[in-house]
Design a protein around this ligand. Structure first.
Ligand SMILES: [Zn+2]
Length: 146
């Protein structure tokens, strides 16, 4: 299946997530038009509100690599259980803030972005798009005249 490498990258990133407070580990991986994959993991902070999401980390990594034409993103995660293994739950979908970040990336790429959400063991997968996750979105067009 064509999504296997992207989901595997997101799953691997989730294993490295820094989530000592919530115990909820998330990994994300974006694939760009160049075909490259950029992973990211969530990074929590003792000042909880500063925590960063995996999707934001993956997008920032693509920007840092000067490779910001995002085509699709996979998001994988779950609660850490015994021994650190992630408990399979429901597919992890991007939070509201990340949907807005993905909307910006879609505008930069000039096309909608596929969003593949999965649970920790990839036994449940939800396929959608940024425009479906964030309808009537605010974007760069709102900042231009006329
Ligand atoms: Zn988020």
């Amino acid at each position: 299946m064509g999504d296997d490498d992207l989901l595997a990258a997101a799953r691997a990133a989730a294993a490295d997530a820094y989530a000592p407070y919530s115990g909820f580990a998330v990994g994300a991986a974006v694939r760009t038009r160049s075909g490259r994959i950029h992973p990211g993991a969530n990074m929590e902070n003792a000042s909880y509100g500063l925590s960063l999401c995996a999707e934001a980390a993956a997008l920032a990594r693509a920007v840092a690599e000067n490779d910001f034409q995002v085509v699709e993103i996979a998001v994988v995660g779950g609660k850490r259980g015994e021994g650190g293994t992630l408990v399979p739950g429901d597919p992890v979908t991007p939070c509201g803030r990340c949907r807005q970040l993905l909307k910006e990336a879609a505008d930069v790429a000039g096309a909608d972005i596929r969003v593949i959400s999965a649970n920790a063991d990839l036994s449940k997968v939800l396929e959608t798009t940024v425009s479906e996750l964030l309808p009537h979105a605010f974007g760069p067009d709102h900042l231009t005249d006329g």
